[in-house]
Design a protein around this ligand. Structure first.
Ligand SMILES: C[S@@+](CC[C@H](N)C(=O)[O-])C[C@H]1O[C@@H](n2cnc3c(N)ncnc32)[C@H](O)[C@@H]1O
Length: 318
């Protein structure tokens, strides 16, 4: 057992050192914008492989503090051994309460690097990727949560399925996809990635198969992990815990998330409807630091193709 544990530990250590767990995106840019006081308190709500967290710690002084969240127990294995660091194994929807339990009510900056890590994507059993046909349709970031993609595909009503594909995958063929799923599951249960791809294949546009599958998978992943809902909860709580002048730095990877973040930072609501007071001033608690999102350089995208869809927005707490 001891030898096995030692091997496991060595494997994990090597993983985090050579960046195969996850290669952080917009690393310099995000941390540069985030830190306003090197001895302040910061939060990384999406720890993953700890790339961003390590860089934040590097920039912090002796009095600085970093609290990092992740709902995936695999990420917990990357924890950093540093007195200034505290790992919180929770969904970031519990941001305010979890910080409070750790004696923190106000922070200087919050970083969110949304979505899944390369590790989650590359491990077939997690079911996030369209590459592994034999993989089970799981897609949970939190392995303790009860809802899997398999459950959704086999149990949701066709109208519910169509809504997910329409709203979260932005797929116009959403009803047709739902109908194919409904017909298939009359005879057998949908278990694997390969089965799902086979079911929806008749609707695949020629030469755009990968993009089509990716949208269907994205839609299911968002539903499994309640991604839009928890993002809204986190944004609202970020507003409550950030000190005036503190920064909220959000990196998103698809237009639904980016739209939500953009609207919230600009107008204070998710719909993006500007509200003004009696004197015509905007009622909002954040001011966007830049009018356009910051995107990775062509060199970064070349070195790390998964960075290609990243958009970073920064809000300053007013
Ligand atoms: C894109 S990765 C972050 C990578 C990280 N910045 C790094 O440098 O390695 C996203 C991570 O956030 C976690 N995550 C996503 N949504 C979350 C949520 N609602 N609560 C807690 N963790 C979440 C995922 O489990 C995943 O490990």
């Amino acid at each position: 057992l001891q030898r096995y544990l030692k091997k496991l530990w060595e494997g994990l250590t090597v993983k985090s050192i050579d960046n195969t767990y996850h290669r952080p995106v917009l690393l310099n840019e995000s941390v540069e914008h985030l830190i306003t006081d090197p001895n302040g308190t910061y939060v990384d709500v999406t720890f993953g492989g700890g790339g961003h967290s390590k860089r934040i710690l590097k920039q912090l002084g002796d009095e600085g503090k970093l609290f990092s969240f992740d709902q995936d127990s695999d990420a917990a294995l990357n924890q950093i051994h540093d007195e200034r660091f505290c790992f919180i194994p929770q969904n970031f929807s519990a941001l305010k309460a979890s910080l409070f339990l750790n004696g923190v009510t106000k922070v200087d900056g919050i970083l969110a690097d949304l979505g899944v890590s390369s590790h989650q994507f590359d491990i077939p059993e997690r079911g996030f990727s369209i590459r592994f046909n034999e993989a089970k349709l799981d897609m949970r970031m939190d392995l303790g949560s009860p809802l899997t993609a398999k459950e959704i595909l086999n149990k949701y009503k066709p109208e519910q399925l169509a809504d997910i594909f329409y709203w979260y995958g932005e797929l116009h063929e959403s009803r047709k996809i739902a109908r194919l799923i409904e017909n298939y599951r009359l005879n057998q249960s949908i278990e694997t990635v390969g089965q799902l791809k086979e079911i929806i294949k008749p609707l695949t546009p020629s030469k755009k198969e990968t993009q089509f599958f990716a949208k269907v998978f994205q839609a299911l992943r968002i539903e499994v992990n309640r991604e839009m809902e928890v993002l809204k909860q986190m944004l609202k709580q970020a507003e409550e815990v950030l000190k005036p002048g503190g920064k909220l730095v959000i990196i998103s990877y698809h237009s639904l998330e980016d739209r939500l973040v953009k609207n919230y930072l600009k107008t204070g609501n998710f719909e993006g409807e500007a509200q003004k007071d009696f004197f015509g001033n905007l009622i909002r608690n954040f001011k966007p630091e830049t009018s356009k999102p910051i995107i990775p350089s062509p060199t970064e995208i070349e070195e790390n193709p998964r960075a290609r869809s990243a958009k970073m927005r920064i809000g300053i707490r007013l």
